[in-house]
Design a protein around this ligand. Structure first.
Ligand SMILES: C[S@@+](CC[C@H](N)C(=O)[O-])C[C@H]1O[C@@H](n2cnc3c(N)ncnc32)[C@H](O)[C@@H]1O
Length: 253
């Protein structure tokens, strides 16, 4: 897998590396994150999350890891739909703090625990989990293929994995509308709703989605899951191609 390359059009990082970009972007966001995520995604984020979690919850896993959990939305969705013990991990302390408050006020602290960990080096033994979810993660890692292998490592043989990310809509008219939305509306609406931190996110996201999609198209990502030891890998584009949900299971079992 190729190493990191500077991506034209993506604002420079507050500290070195993609983890630095993520920490710089997300640290000021948690207070309004859950609301603005739904508003700025025009309600699609919730739909995509539900679609991703559904097949995982149906398998009734005993122990699930949610990577890049942020404020815990996926972990809470999982807890609402199955009895699993859920560990959520993330890089950004302020997101985790907001997540812990959210989990506590939902009365789910007996079922969900949130911890600081990097997706690239998970502090869990091989085969520790019965299922794994991750959302909007791979644009923030230097080597998506190696990170996928690390995620697969902590799954039991046969255990399912699911992911959610943004995508560039494939059809030209929708791509044009998406481009206008991500390059013009998103930064402006971000500024209006959340001030400078959300303007920065609005400016970052569109070019980052385009750059990631060019460098790691869906076919590449499917192959990278397979190279990481996953089988039955399938991908579903949602909302006219603006979102991508993927599922697979670790070989064996
Ligand atoms: C867009 S947020 C998604 C949060 C949550 N999953 C959701 O759907 O609302 C992306 C999250 O990925 C986290 N992140 C970025 N790089 C990471 C890494 N290498 N390891 C763990 N978490 C990471 C960020 O801190 C941020 O909280």
């Amino acid at each position: 897998m190729a190493g990191q390359r500077r991506v034209a059009g993506v604002p420079s990082a507050p500290s070195a590396g993609r983890s630095g970009i993520a920490i710089g972007l997300f640290s000021p966001l948690p207070e309004r994150y859950d609301l603005l995520c739904e508003v700025l995604s025009l309600g699609q984020n919730r739909r995509w999350r539900r679609a991703m979690v559904g097949p995982i919850a149906e398998r009734r896993p005993a122990r699930v890891l949610d990577v890049a959990t942020g404020t815990g939305a996926v972990a809470i969705e999982l807890a609402d739909r199955c009895d699993a013990q859920i560990v959520g991990c993330d890089l950004t302390d302020s997101m985790l703090r907001a997540g812990r408050r959210r989990v506590e006020s939902a009365g789910l602290d007996h079922q969900i625990s949130l911890t600081r960990a990097r997706a690239e080096h998970l502090p869990f033994p091989d085969g520790a989990f019965d299922a794994l979810t991750f959302t909007y993660l791979l644009r923030y890692v230097e080597d998506p293929g190696a990170t996928l292998a690390e995620l697969a490592r902590v799954l039991k043989p046969g255990a399912p994995m699911a992911s959610l990310d943004f995508l560039v809509p494939p059809s030209l008219p929708w791509r044009l509308a998406w481009w206008c939305y991500t390059r013009i509306v998103l930064p402006a609406a971000g500024w209006a709703a959340g001030g400078p931190p959300w303007w920065r996110v609005g400016r970052f996201l569109g070019p980052s989605i385009t750059a990631h999609d060019r460098r790691y198209p869906v076919a590449w990502t499917v192959q990278a899951w397979e190279a990481a030891g996953m089988v039955d890998v399938h991908a579903k584009a949602m909302s006219l191609g603006g979102g991508l949900v993927m599922w697979g299971r670790r070989a064996g079992g």
